[in-house]
Each structure stands twice: as structure tokens, then as C-alpha cells.
Design a protein around this ligand. Structure first.
Ligand SMILES: Nc1nc2c(c(=O)[nH]1)N[C@H]1C(S)=C(S)[C@@H](COP(=O)(O)O)O[C@H]1N2
Ligand SMILES: [Mo]
Length: 172
């Protein structure tokens, strides 16, 4: 092996040593409370034998927290939604998906392009105005957009993506 080849080899090895820990995903803990969200499909980490990622409320709250302050067509007055951005959830799971098939407790299902969710800041809300969302009030999880920010978000495309009583996301 030439000196040059050996040098290149060492550089590649060092690069992997430095980059690999940064790119590795933390293993996902197991939920201890009721499972609110089950994610399947194209994810790199899970916490079930079948490879799904199940989240209880505490696990969702341990992800980066985001807030959307907006009105909605379903509520009165300004709402301050707290939750986790779809993009942050996908990043945590190492998801390479382009589409999300989201389903709700009432059998409603909608396909959400990941590009829609990422470009417009779709939020998986677990609280509004400082209180958890009860099931009879679209909770415990509701995907919302910052509707007031952009009139495009007040069209059928994004309203139909605003799935409440969200239970599962299958990533394609
Ligand atoms: N869980 C759930 N989320 C849902 C729906 C539904 O039936 N169930 N309807 C969707 C559709 S098609 C639209 S356009 C919006 C608005 O529904 P609404 O006009 O019935 O309030 O909510 C979306 N989110
Ligand atoms: Mo709709």
C-alpha cells in the first residue's frame, strides 16, 4: 500500500469516527404512560418488536417543543397550540419518508406530503392554551398549521390535513 493510499485510508477512518456518533440516532425509550401516537413505516428507530415507534405524552414533550398561535375554523378566538413539529418528529426517527398516511380514532385518514408539513410547519399539538386537548375537543393529538400566516393554509388541501384525534402515522 502506498503512503498516499494509507493516508487517505486514515482520513476516511477518522472522518467516520468523528461523524458516526453525531449521525447515530438515540435509541427510543419505551412509553410508560398511555400510547398516544404510533408511527410505522420508513423510520430508522423504533421501540416495538415490529419496529414501530410508540409515543406517550411525556415522550412527545421531550422532543423539541414548538408553538403556533393562530385562529382556526373550528375554534373561537386565538389559540396557542403547543406540540412537536412533524419535521422534528421525523428527524428524531431518522425518517426518510415523502408521505405520511395519518389516521384518526374515528377512521378518518389523510395522506400528508412531508413537503407540505415541513414547508408550512405542521404541528402535532398536544395542548392548547396551556391545557391538554381532551378527546371531545379534537385531542389528545391534533395536527394544526399556522392558518393565519398564509391563506393557502386555509384551503381544503391543508384543512383536510388538519386531522384531529390523531392516532397513527405510517411513513412511505
Ligand atoms: N379526525 C378527523 N379529522 C379531520 C376530519 C375528520 O373527519 N376526522 N375531517 C377533515 C377534513 S376533510 C376537513 S376539510 C377538515 C374540516 O372538517 P370540518 O369542516 O368537518 O370541520 O378537517 C379534517 N380533519
Ligand atoms: Mo374536507
Amino acid at each position: 500500500m502506498s503512503l498516499r493510499a494509507a493516508f487517505i485510508g486514515i482520513v476516511i477512518l477518522l472522518g467516520q469516527l468523528i461523524l458516526a456518533p453525531a449521525m447515530a440516532l438515540e435509541p427510543l425509550p419505551h412509553p410508560s404512560g398511555p400510547v398516544l401516537l404510533s408511527v410505522s413505516g420508513k423510520i430508522a428507530v423504533g421501540n416495538t418488536p415490529g419496529g414501530r415507534a410508540e409515543f406517550d405524552l411525556a415522550m412527545l414533550q421531550s422532543l423539541p417543543q414548538s408553538r403556533i398561535v393562530t385562529s382556526t375554523i373550528w375554534t373561537d378566538g386565538m389559540q396557542s397550540f403547543e406540540g412537536v413539529l412533524v419535521s422534528d418528529l421525523l428527524a428524531r426517527l431518522g425518517a426518510k419518508a415523502v408521505e405520511i398516511n395519518a389516521t384518526a380514532a374515528n377512521d378518518y385518514a389523510i395522506r400528508i406530503p412531508v413537503s407540505d408539513a415541513t414547508a408550512h410547519g405542521a404541528l402535532i399539538a398536544y395542548a392548547a392554551n396551556g391545557a391538554p386537548l381532551p378527546p371531545q375537543n379534537k385531542g389528545p393529538l391534533w395536527i394544526v398549521y399556522p392558518y393565519d400566516q398564509d391563506e393557502a393554509l386555509r384551503t381544503e388541501r391543508f384543512l383536510a390535513q388538519s386531522i384531529w384525534n390523531l392516532e397513527t402515522m405510517s411513513l412511505d
